[in-house]
Ligand binder design. Structure first.
Ligand SMILES: [Zn+2]
Length: 336
């Protein structure tokens, strides 16, 4: 069997894989695992590899064979003892009946006698009733059944569920590892300066995967134009921003404004430039610094948060009106 890195696509996950598999090898494993990460870090791939190893009937040390029936069925995502519990409609939660049916099924014998795996890729989809049903199973789990739960916020977790699982906080790799990974994976990597890659990584909350997506997207190429419009909006007419903000990328752009304002705050506070988010936009940061005092910037950031929350929480709201309100309140602050 060829011994290669298991998670070659997302190498920062290998240490997690090794530690968890080690528990299984030493029979010190848990029944239920929670994988928590704020960022997109490829956890789905980690879970697939763990599942493959657990199900593989021909595993050697930490490696699954990839060619046995079980490995093939997991790869094709059709293993009969793997239950992936999710609702494809984001807003609809998973009901208690669904969980009860699932519980009945998992008490029946398994297909290959290697156990069963129940995987919740998005715990947020459980409501209070289905959460309680899940808790009941975790309190008395059926033999040879493992639970993998994924969440992006600790608020999505019932403390009682948390206390019955092993909790894994998956953190992004350090900047150096992320940058070298990005350089390897970027199309036309030579056109990107290190400062630009670093800025994108910081803007993406250190998720190399999201950074890769952003750098390959046309939105990144237009970033300089965006900041140019931002300066003209502050100098001449705030409504210059309306046409840019009034589209599906609104939340994205609000984050960009927020992060550059945060850098302006850092400049006012004389924080070393190396700690800035937008390392490649120092010129723009100085321009805004010359235009707006720190106390006003803080008020503007608060307004951006307020209106961003409205846009996230109320689906049916008229986006354009919210943006106009936001822009007018920003203007009111910096012109006062
Ligand atoms: Zn196998």
């Amino acid at each position: 069997m060829k011994k290669k890195t298991i998670l070659s696509l997302y190498p920062w996950l290998n240490s997690y894989y090794n530690k968890i598999i080690n528990q299984f090898q030493n029979e010190k494993n848990y029944t239920a695992y929670i994988f928590y990460s704020l960022n997109e870090l490829g956890i789905t791939s980690l879970i697939y590899e763990l599942i493959k190893w657990i199900f593989c009937i021909n595993k050697q040390k930490i490696y699954s064979c990839s060619i046995c029936d079980n490995c093939i069925l997991v790869n094709k995502n059709i293993h009969p003892d793997l239950y992936i519990i999710k609702n494809n409609t984001k807003q609809v939660s998973i009901g208690v009946d669904y969980i009860r049916n699932l519980i009945n099924k998992i008490y029946q014998t398994s297909y290959t006698n290697v156990g069963k795996i129940i995987w919740f890729p998005n715990l947020k989809q459980l409501n209070i009733f289905s959460n309680n049903a899940l808790l009941k199973v975790l309190e008395e789990p059926p033999k040879n059944t493992y639970f993998f739960l994924q969440c992006k916020s600790k608020n999505e977790l019932l403390p009682t569920i948390y206390s019955r699982c092993q909790f894994w906080n998956i953190v992004p790799p350090n900047e150096k590892i992320s940058i070298s990974w990005l350089k390897k994976n970027l199309q036309n990597n030579l056109i990107f300066k290190k400062k630009s890659i670093k800025s994108a990584l910081r803007i993406c909350n250190y998720s190399p995967i999201n950074t890769l997506y952003l750098l390959n997207n046309s939105i990144w190429k237009n970033r300089n134009i965006f900041y140019g419009v931002l300066i003209s909006a502050f100098k001449i007419d705030i409504m210059n921003l309306l046409s840019i903000l009034d589209n599906k990328n609104i939340l994205f752009y609000l984050d960009w404004i927020y992060l550059i304002l945060l850098d302006v705050c850092k400049l006012h506070l004389k924080i070393n430039l190396k700690f800035f988010y937008n390392l490649d936009q120092i010129f723009i940061i100085y321009k805004i610094f010359d235009l707006i005092f720190i106390d006003k910037i803080i008020l503007m950031i608060k307004k951006i948060f307020f209106y961003k929350k409205i846009l996230i929480k109320i689906n049916t709201i008229n986006h354009k009106l919210v943006i106009i309100n936001l822009l007018l309140s920003l203007e009111e602050i910096y012109k006062s």
